[in-house]
Design a protein around this ligand. Structure first.
Ligand SMILES: Cc1cc2nc3c(=O)[nH]c(=O)nc-3n(C[C@H](O)[C@H](O)[C@H](O)COP(=O)(O)O)c2cc1C
Length: 171
């Protein structure tokens, strides 16, 4: 199989793997907020609390994220689709399009997410055209009144009610 065909199949499988959506933020050396939309997010460890995501080497804020500092992962709520697009679009002043504040840890925190993890970088591992960032959680919060966003085949939205009426619960 040719490289292109293998990449197409890889993208087809990954694009059909349902995920949530996050926005990951940090600051520049001069304290300006930066961030991007991310769905490569995953859980790593419970003790201590660790998570990971991967950043494309073409991202404009690459050095801010791989510099070994802190970052915040926002697990988006179902109604935050517009924000999800904003943080994946060029030529937009992303932080003027949302309400946010600086946390005690010096991280830009966007209002209205389902959950937020504030992390210290534990390890940055270069892997192909991405760097995997493993974060150790230093602070976290959840908004129990919100529901998370679902992302599948380039569509963002709420998890449909009928999904929970199916007969295959884990326990
Ligand atoms: C649903 C979704 C998931 C994404 N996941 C990632 C990701 O995991 N890692 C990444 O580097 N870019 C990811 N991107 C792309 C970036 O959000 C996008 O390229 C962004 O514009 C990069 O920031 P920049 O414009 O400052 O370079 C994703 C985009 C979308 C819409």
């Amino acid at each position: 199989m040719q490289k292109q065909e293998r990449q197409d199949i890889f993208k087809k499988i990954m694009g059909n793997y349902p995920t949530g959506v996050t926005i990951v933020t940090t600051t520049t050396g001069s304290g300006e907020p930066v961030g991007l939309t991310v769905n490569s997010f995953a859980s790593v460890s419970l003790d201590p609390l660790m998570l990971l995501w991967s950043i494309d080497h073409g991202v404009s804020s690459l050095k801010e994220f791989t510099g070994g500092g802190k970052f915040a992962v926002h697990v988006l709520a179902e109604e935050q689709a517009a924000l999800c697009k904003t943080f994946a679009s060029k030529d937009v002043d992303r932080f003027s399009q949302c309400d946010w504040k600086m946390s005690a840890n010096g991280l830009p925190i966007i209002d209205g997410a389902f959950g937020v993890f504030e992390c210290e970088t534990f390890q940055a591992i270069e892997a192909g055209d991405h760097t995997v960032l493993i974060g150790q959680v230093i602070d976290l919060s959840v908004n129990e009144e919100k529901d998370p966003m679902l992302y599948h085949r380039r569509v963002f939205g709420a998890i449909p009610e009928e999904f929970y009426r199916q007969k295959h619960p884990v326990s």
